[in-house]
Ligand binder design. Structure first.
Ligand code: GH3
Ligand code: MG
Ligand code: MG
Ligand code: MG
Length: 327
C-alpha cells in the first residue's frame, strides 16, 4: 500500500516546520503549501489522507480553500483539520466546521492530542485504501470469471457440435439423427401429419474404394454430402450420415408423393455429378439407390417401423439394378 500523504498549509514557514516536527513519528509523506492557491494546486496532483489547514493567510483564507476543496468531487471526502491561532470565538469555530472541516484545533497545539487525532485519520485512510484494493482485486476476479464462463460456454457449444455432427461430412451423425427422428415421431403422433423418410446408399462403393483408394472414397463421401445438403429441401428436413456410405433424410409433414419427388431429385443430383466409377458393375459413374417410406406416426408403433420400411425399399432399389428410387 502507498504511504499516506498529508498536505500541510500555512503562510508562515516556521509554522510548517513546527507541524513537520509534530508529524515526524508518522510514516507519511508531507506535502507543503504556503498559500491557498498552492494548496488547491497540490490537490489536483495528489491523493491526500488528511489536510492540515491554516485559517489566516494572505489572499484566500483557509475557509475559502476548504469550501473550494469540498466543492470538488475528487477531494470531497478528504478530511480537513483547521490549525489556527485565529480565534477561540464560537463564530470562528462554527465557520470552520461549516466550511467542511472535521476538526478545529487551536495553537499552541498539545502534541499528544494533535498526534492522536492525526493517527486516527491515517488509520481510517489506510482502512479505506485496503478496502479499495480489495474491491479492485474483486473486480479483476469478476472479469476473469466472466471470461472463464464465456470460454466454458464456447467449449460446451463445441462439444455439443462435435457430439452431434459427423466428422467427415459435417452432417448430423447417427446419434443426433436418432434424436431428431424420435422428436419428429412424437410431434407426428400429435399432429397426425405424415412423416417421411429417405435412406440412400452409394452403389458399389466398396469397388470405388478398391479402385481409387480410401482417400478418394472419403473425398467422394464429402462431395455426396455437400450435394445432398445443396438440394433445395425445406428448412425442417434433416440430413444425416447414418452409416459408412449411407445417408438419411427426415421429412416432417410430407406425404408419399412429396417424398418420392424429393428422392428422385436427390438421385438425379448425384447422377448428374458424373463422378467416374469405372468398376461400377451397373454404371460407369457414381450412383445411389434410394428407399423411401411414409407413415402417420402412431403411439402404438415406434419410429423403427419407418426405418424398416425404408430399408426394405432400399433393398428393392438395389435389386432392381440400382440408381433408382423405391417406396
Ligand atoms: P452396394 O451397391 O450393394 O451398396 O455395394 P457397396 O459396395 O456399396 O456395399 P458394401 O456394404 O459391400 O460396401 C460399403 C463400403 O463402403 C465398404 C467400405 O469400404 C466403404 N466405406 C464405408 N465407410 C467408409 C468411409 O468412411 N470412407 C470410405 N472411403 N469408405 C467407406
Ligand atoms: Mg497564517
Ligand atoms: Mg451400405
Ligand atoms: Mg453401398
Amino acid at each position: 500500500m502507498a504511504i499516506p500523504k498529508i498536505l500541510i498549509v500555512d503562510d508562515r514557514p516556521e509554522n510548517l516546520l513546527a507541524l513537520e516536527g509534530l508529524l515526524d513519528p508518522f510514516n507519511v509523506e508531507l506535502i507543503k503549501a504556503n498559500s491557498g492557491d498552492e494548496a488547491l494546486a497540490h490537490t489536483l496532483d495528489h491523493d491526500f489522507a488528511l489536510i492540515l489547514l491554516d485559517v489566516q493567510m494572505p489572499g484566500m483564507d483557509g475557509y475559502e480553500v476548504a469550501e473550494l476543496m469540498r466543492g470538488n468531487k475528487k477531494n470531497k471526502h478528504i478530511p480537513i483539520i483547521f490549525v489556527t491561532a485565529a480565534s477561540k470565538a464560537p463564530s470562528h469555530i462554527f465557520r470552520g466546521y461549516e466550511s467542511g472541516a472535521v476538526d478545529y484545533l487551536l495553537k499552541p497545539l498539545i502534541p499528544v492530542m494533535f498526534q492522536s487525532k492525526v493517527g486516527i485519520f491515517i488509520e481510517l485512510y489506510e482502512q479505506k485504501e485496503a478496502l479499495r484494493e480489495k474491491t479492485q482485486e474483486f473486480d479483476r476476479k469478476l472479469v476473469e470469471l466472466e471470461e472463464l464462463q464465456q470460454q466454458l460456454e464456447e467449449t460446451n457449444e463445441q462439444l455439443l457440435l462435435l457430439s452431434t455432427t459427423d466428422g467427415l461430412t459435417g452432417l448430423f451423425n447417427r446419434r443426433r439423427f436418432d434424436e431428431v427422428l424420435n422428436e419428429e415421431w412424437k410431434r407426428g403422433t400429435r399432429s397426425q401429419q405424415p412423416l417421411s423418410f429417405i435412406i440412400l446408399d452409394i452403389d458399389h462403393f466398396k469397388a470405388y474404394n478398391d479402385t481409387y483408394g480410401h482417400q478418394a472414397g472419403d473425398d467422394c463421401l464429402r462431395e455426396v454430402a455437400r450435394t445432398l445438403a445443396s438440394v433445395p429441401l425445406r428448412e425442417m428436413d434433416k440430413i444425416a450420415r447414418i452409416g459408412g456410405e449411407e445417408f438419411a433424410i427426415i421429412l416432417p409433414e410430407t406425404d408419399r408423393e412429396g417424398v418420392m419427388l424429393a428422392a428422385e431429385r436427390i438421385r438425379e443430383s448425384i447422377d448428374e455429378l458424373n463422378i467416374p466409377h469405372s468398376s461400377s458393375l451397373s454404371h460407369q459413374h457414381l450412383t445411389i439407390s434410394v428407399g423411401v417410406s411414409t407413415v402417420v406416426p402412431d403411439l402404438a408403433f415406434s419410429s423403427r417401423k419407418l426405418l424398416e420400411a425404408a430399408d426394405d425399399a432400399l433393398y428393392e432399389a438395389k435389386r432392381r439394378g440400382r440408381n433408382c428410387c423405391c417406396s
